[in-house]
Design a protein around this ligand. Sequence first.
Ligand code: MG
Length: 446
Amino acid sequence: MKTPQLFGTNGIRGVPNQDLTLDLATGIGRAIGTFFNSEKIAIAKDTRISGDMFMFAVSSGVMSTGADITYIGELPTPGLQYYCKVNKIPGIMITASHNPPQYNGIKAIDSDGTEIDEDKEVKIEEIYINKRYSTAEWDKIGNYNYDNTGIDLYINSIISSIDSEAISKSNIRVAIDTGNGASYYTSPEILTRLNCHPVSLNANPDGKFSSRNSEPKPENLSDLISIMKTGKFNIGVAHDGDADRCVFIDEKGNFIDGDRSLALIVKNTVKRGDTVVTPVSSSDALSEICTEKGAKLILTRVGAPIVARAMIDNKATLGGEENGGIIYGTHQYCRDGAMTMALMLNLLAREKKPLSELLKGIPEYYMVKTSVPRNIEWEEMKELLTKKFTENMFDFTDGVKIYDKEGWTLIRPSGTEKIVRVFSESKKEAVARECNKKYVTFLKEL
Ligand code: MG
């Protein structure tokens, strides 16, 4: 199978007017229009400064192939995906997710609302590289329309996927940090309609991300964490730039790892016999919870579109990644920050306990994440690893996962940099550190 060259794990990314040029954007628009051969294609963008420029460039490319463009606004990637799913049309998202503000990107959405798979990315790239574009006659060129109903469609679909009445009566107070990104309107609006009296931080669209780095990591959320430490809120919520991810802060101001919030949502959402999907990099806490609930857990390669596809194939209820990207199959098969927030509120309303209390029911694991430079080919590295640690169990779903007595280590080459990532997990912090050190030392010697 060929792997796409321009499309990375989450679309095409780059710095505008440098590696992500206007020509590239127009060409990709032409290629996407040619590939889908659809009457209509929806488009949306996040709040980045170059958003307008790329939206018009990509749209021009699409219209030249004969397809109409429907612009639905500045909204989260899952908002566009829901619009595509409901209207059964393909879509294009202009976003660089959590990347620094100078970046932007292009992501293609299938007419079922999921991100297109690698096969389709390769086909789009081939059209682009060989310039095999469809070119419409002058009277068949597409036009440009607005549809401002997309935002409400998305908001309503989330509210109707949960027990909104129970949440409204629960007097849950929420602080939310949308990081100047695409969820600046949608998520605070959902919270208001759910009677959560939100206090919103950075809820103004600002393509420079002036207030904080767009990735929802604890070091970027110090303002939200301080607000939570006042003790006036039940839960803190933060999204990345395009709001397909959601992380939480408990009522005491503690940041919750994405693995743990996913495990908590799984624990309170799935039923016996349900299926859950997650990449091999996720914590074993999730497999413990699935065993406890009588749910089946499927482990895939790393990457949200891969998890989403596996969920469709296995009719899974929930899936997700350790970075706060949670997929609720009942609503739609893509990572969705606002849906994740709503699922968490749903369980707070039902359980009537503080978040920190509820998290005590999730087994504790320690994960150590490091990386080492890659000086030799990955295949060779992989072979040397399997030859050296012959007494261990291996899993090759993605990279090499090596099982030690009390933990595991996942070693994967990065798709964008010449490094390998080394994740080690164990119930014991010392074991996780020891394992990580053992493999890192070996890899460094290669
Ligand atoms: Mg994102």
